[in-house]
Design a protein around this ligand. Structure first.
Ligand code: FAD
Length: 629
């Protein structure tokens, strides 16, 4: 380990998406020497792909909006399983975070009177998403990067070194967190290009690594999203919660295989696209749940009229909430009425003139032409559900982002609790800003509280080195094959609809894969070797998949992003319970039930009794009646 490159920081942020950048800015603004480490190029994170906008109750378009309304919407969206303190902080602070972005140079779309414009989105009672056309995530990242550069320029003025207080380590993957006793003392990783190791000596680590999508064969996530942060936290002794809740987007591409899962925007349906099965039937009319019966058209004629006359007709069922549409597509395919490539048909070509399609959906037109050789102005697309977002993640203190391990913090998609069982669109971008800032501040305060700096123990560095090197040159299991089997297993058996037998079967497969991961081998050298990188990532994906499957098997109800065929209803008893994943040996996942703390009186009384009845137990209702008197 003597040859390992070594850096000393106060705060090491892993991940350069919205959460990581906002955390790093905060830590630096509080005077801490901060590193930003990211696996891919600087600027290439999922945050860039977000289109819709950042939800914040600024009340610019409808003055009736306020944090209480946003809080209620978020709790409803998550089916009341959310960490209510996080939902409260998020609703209260999102507007300030958006205004702050503007002060740092973000150019949001405007209302007529010059305020930041806000758009409607599913589950939000009022127009609430601050946006920049359909590229809000790009503007968010651009602005945060610009802020990092501005801070570096300040540091240059003062210290003669741009990187004196904030430095970016791009294309650098962290594989281990280091501890001194109970406390974090650093992080270990490798440069992807050279394969050389790098060691960060730091009393704090902020995880901001995003999602886990690459454990599923069909996903909208890109290659980096192998659940690294989730696994690093587990291995360091922290807990993960809500891991059974995964958001599947109804429409991803299904063909060709190389692009399977890439997102097909909801706007296709918004602009008239209809879903059909192999028999040519518009099947969504068969899948309108009772609670929505009065809000959706029951005939094709009425649904069609809605596009031109929304006042006098109900919307077509293709525009039901995402989870409903995803389940319906899944059911059609499972019943043998799928399209040739295993999805269903999404057709806009018979609905709009070609010129109109090219005008309204230019990127979709381009995407299908380039990637699938399909002309969407002349023929239907084939689409199916795609693994999109994980609600579950590191259990953190709402106010500071602190995990159970001293010195460890988490924010953004890698953290859990905020979104409960289901995330509302637009609530992710605001989540990143609110809790990124809080985690950065939490880490800075923790550094200040330390009397002595925890030490990097050489034997742990050596262990991390050995672990990373192990697959290299080993004549063992092929990492691509192991990965593919894991992805197929999770996709087919712990996907959008789950049942006990299938999830149990998946767990058996994962048990075997765990053993195989121990002996994966990658040929070639350390220099830019993707097979080796995947071999290292597999440890994380297998751990995270175990969490998802174990929790999915235990939760015997259906709620948000967890649908059990054998337990179709929502159960108030289960709402109170979190499933907490941890590991002692780094190999076997333990899952325990834990009761959620009851909601504070001033928050629960924001809801009507009739609504609460749908979610709370009788015991909780009695308590509510006590306080609301
Ligand atoms: P990310 O932006 O995902 O960044 C993670 C960072 O961690 C990256 O820099 C990565 O390189 C780094 N990293 C990961 N592992 C390691 C490691 N081991 N070592 C070092 N670095 C590591 N949400 C919305 O609210 N609205 C939308 O319209 C929307 N559209 C979306 C469209 C697509 C196609 C996708 C995939 C997601 C979309 N989402 C949307 C979700 C949202 O974009 C993400 O949940 C959010 O951006 C996650 O931000 P983050 O900061 O937590 O992490």
């Amino acid at each position: 380990s003597l040859n390992t490159e070594r850096h000393e920081y106060d705060v090491v942020v892993i991940g350069a998406g919205g959460a990581g950048l906002r955390a790093a800015i905060e830590a630096r603004q509080q005077g801490k020497k901060t590193a930003i480490v990211c696996k891919s190029l600087f600027g290439k994170a999922h945050t860039v792909m977000a289109e819709g906008g950042a939800a914040a109750a600024m009340g610019n378009v409808n003055p009736a909006d306020n944090w209480q309304v946003h809080f209620r919407d978020t709790m409803r969206g998550g089916k009341f399983l959310n960490n209510w303190r996080m939902a409260e902080l998020h609703a209260k602070e999102a507007p300030d975070r958006v205004w702050e972005l503007e002060a740092w140079g973000a150019l949001f779309d405007r209302t007529k009177d010059g305020k930041i414009s806000q758009r409607n989105f599913g589950g939000h009672e009022y127009p609430r998403l601050a946006h920049v056309g359909d590229r809000t995530g790009l503007e968010l990242i651009r602005t945060l990067q610009q802020r990092v550069v501005a801070l570096q320029q300040e540091d240059y003025e003062k210290h003669g070194d741009y990187e004196a207080y904030i430095k970016v380590f791009a294309e650098c993957t962290i594989t281990r967190l280091l501890k001194d006793g109970e406390r974090i003392s650093g992080a270990f990783g490798y440069w992807r290009e050279s394969g050389n190791f790098v060691l960060f000596d730091s009393p704090t680590v902020v995880l901001a690594t995003g999602g886990i999508g690459k454990s599923y064969v069909v996903t909208s996530n890109s290659w980096e999203y192998t659940g690294d942060g989730h696994a690093l936290a587990l291995l360091a002794g922290a807990n993960l919660i809500n891991m059974e809740f995964i958001q599947f987007h109804p429409t991803g591409m299904v063909w060709p295989p190389s692009v399977r899962g890439i997102l097909v925007t909801e706007s296709v349906r918004g602009d008239g696209g209809v879903l059909r099965n192999s028999e040519g039937k518009r099947f969504m009319f068969d899948y309108i749940p009772d609670v929505f019966k009065d809000k959706y058209a029951t005939t094709e004629e009425e649904g069609d009229r809605w596009y031109t006359d929304q006042a006098n007709n109900r919307r077509p069922p293709e525009l039901l909430p995402r989870d409903e549409v995803a389940r319906a597509i899944n059911a059609e395919v499972k019943a043998g009425r799928g399209s040739p490539q295993g999805g269903v048909f999404l057709d806009v070509s018979t609905r709009l003139p070609a010129e109109e399609i090219k005008k309204r959906l230019p990127s979709m037109h381009h995407q299908f032409k380039e990637l699938a050789d399909v002309d969407i102005t002349a023929e239907p697309m084939q689409v199916g559900p795609t693994c999109h977002y994980i609600m579950g993640g590191v259990e953190v203190d709402a106010d500071t982002g602190a995990a159970a391990v001293p010195g460890l913090f988490a924010a953004g998609e890698v953290s859990g609790g905020m979104h409960g069982s289901n995330r509302l669109g637009g609530n992710s971008l605001s989540d990143l800003l609110v809790f990124g800032r809080r985690a950065g501040a939490g880490a800075a305060a923790y550094v200040d509280s330390l009397e002595a700096r925890p030490k990097v123990l050489p034997e742990l560095v050596e262990e991390a080195r050995q672990e990373a090197l192990a697959p290299l040159g080993r004549d063992g299991e092929n990492p691509y094959e192991v990965h593919h089997e894991l992805q197929r297993t999770m996709n087919d058996l712990v996907g959008i609809i789950r049942k006990a037998e299938e999830v149990s079967e998946a767990l058996q497969v994962v048990e075997k894969l765990k053993e195989r991961v121990q002996v994966v081998g990658a040929a070639g050298s350390r220099i830019y070797n993707p097979g080796w990188h995947l071999a290292i990532d597999l440890r994380n994906m297998v751990l995270v998949s175990q969490c998802v499957a174990r929790a999915a098997l235990l939760r015997e109800e259906s709620r948000g992003g967890h649908t059990r065929d054998d337990f179709p209803g929502m159960d108030p008893e289960w709402r109170r319970k979190l499933l907490v994943c941890s590991t002692e040996d780094g190999f076997t996942v333990k899952v325990e039930e834990k009761l959620q703390p009851s909601m504070r009186d001033d928050l629960i009384t924001l809801f009507d009794r009739d609504e609460l009845k749908k979610y709370l137990t009788d015991e909780e209702m009695a308590e509510f009646d006590g306080i609301s008197k």
